[in-house]
Write a protein that binds this ligand. Sequence first.
Ligand SMILES: Cc1cc2nc3c(=O)[nH]c(=O)nc-3n(C[C@H](O)[C@H](O)[C@H](O)COP(=O)(O)O)c2cc1C
Length: 553
Amino acid sequence: MEDEPNKKKLLILYASETGNAMDAAERLGREADRRCCPVSVLCIDDFEPKSLPFEETVIYVVSTTGQGDVPDSMKGFWRFLLQRSLSKEWLKGVDYGVFGLGDSSYQKYNFVAKKLDKRLLDLGARPLIERGLGDDQHPSGYEGALDPWMSKLWKILYNKAPNLFPNDPNTATLNGTWVDQPKIQITYHDVGKGNSQCSAAIDFKSLEMLIERTRSMSPGKSSGKMRPDCFLNLTENCPLTRPGSGKDVWHLEFEAVSSSFSLFQSIHYDVGDVLEVLPSQDPVAVDAFMKRCNLNPEAYITVQPSKKENSMGDTNHAPDIPVKLKTFVELTMDIASASPRRYFFEIMSNFASAQHEKERLQYFASPEGRDDLYQYNQKERRTVLEVLEDFPSVQMPLEWLVQLIPPLKTRAFSISSSNSAHPNQVHLTVSVVSWTTPYKRTRKGLCSTWLAGLDPQQRVLIPAWFHKEMRRMTSYIETFGCPIYKVVEYFQRTKVEDFMLRSQETSHKRCMCNIKCGNKARKSGICLLGGLLSTLQVLLTKCPLMYWQLWRK
Ligand SMILES: Cc1cc2nc3c(=O)[nH]c(=O)nc-3n(C[C@H](O)[C@H](O)[C@H](O)COP(=O)(O)O)c2cc1C
């Protein structure tokens, strides 16, 4: 039976690739809720597009990814909306608003929001408000456009839809006493000493299950598979660039020490596939965080949606097996790399006991303090631990910490080895990410720094997942400026399929690469080849250890 259409609810649908649109949608939802507007916030792929005509008011918050592409979660919805069979009156009577997130340095700036807006109009929906466009280039990021757009939206809803929006739009802003409740609840467990997790000799299967169980409990979990495909050990790491060359690129070799692929325990992948790695966090930072937040590292917990969230239809129950609190922090909470979101500062202000800290945090969370927060937090890539240390009087309950600290994400790298040439091994070419903030603080990428700094002798276990090459990984898989999948694609198209193999089988210190292609193929791929040639020329001058011989017929 289909759900009875709920006419009197503001529906907010979001499509996000890296979390910003989700954050913006949740903020809209919270602000609507504070104004007594019944609201539902959903990821767009959790919504059945056929039900769209039964909705009264829908707000879309969508980002643009790739080269003007829709986020993965929006693909099905967008395909549905593009069907020719949908009439020009299909969405008659449905009011809508679109807020887009993009970056004006891209050619197809906010393309998804623009094309969605147009398509909704074509299908007869009625725009409530001119579409809003958030821009990463704005001094305070996408929030620079979101704040005024949101205020305008509340005013319009108040005038146009009093059934939805009964209260004065300024009510919540004026009422400073509002305190939200966390969406999750945490239960502490008394676990006996014989628990298997306490055992030092933990086996791979138990470790895989522990990672799966722990990451499944995280409120910020991704939709992917939680249990690792295998554990890897680093066997060799070798710098490909010289100090001072301006780049820090490493050749890394791993071997699989366990695998759920087959009975024979060997791993399988194709050229161009992607390896996802769960990075380890600095143990010193984890200990400092536990101490700063007065958390008992030996405690055992389970994390579940709060009763209110469950009653709203969230059936995603966490498994009821306790995990060590310290393990939970290590595996799921990014405490020393990602920056917290604006809402973190708002909630922090409720738990500050020092008045000056409370005021500072309230200022940061206010529209007036938005630009200063952006400079202090995002531009400086302030970590959660740094923020907590800057406001020492704040003691946040664990529920809020778990809900609001950015989730620890896996990182994706394009595989640069061939499975047939190197059975049970996987090689990566990793560029160590490093940059300087406006206040001259050096920041480093968590995963690339960790991988390049590993000692092969230590045999650290690295949880890993294999994936088919995905479009959304484009930004991660560049090697020397040229995405590997493009190179592979080009050489496969031009029947020079042994390119990858040859470049691997020679030593990485003296790498020979022959490129052959006929006239026709050269014409079709001339742009890419031109790009590749200039990339290799740069490489040659920067990295004389590598010798590339290029010739064309
Ligand atoms: C790989 C990648 C590709 C992007 N492509 C575009 C684009 O084509 N047009 C655009 O306006 N913004 C583009 N952006 C910027 C994002 O839309 C922007 O950072 C947005 O805030 C991301 O929101 P999300 O986290 O919800 O996905 C791109 C960002 C990334 C990382």
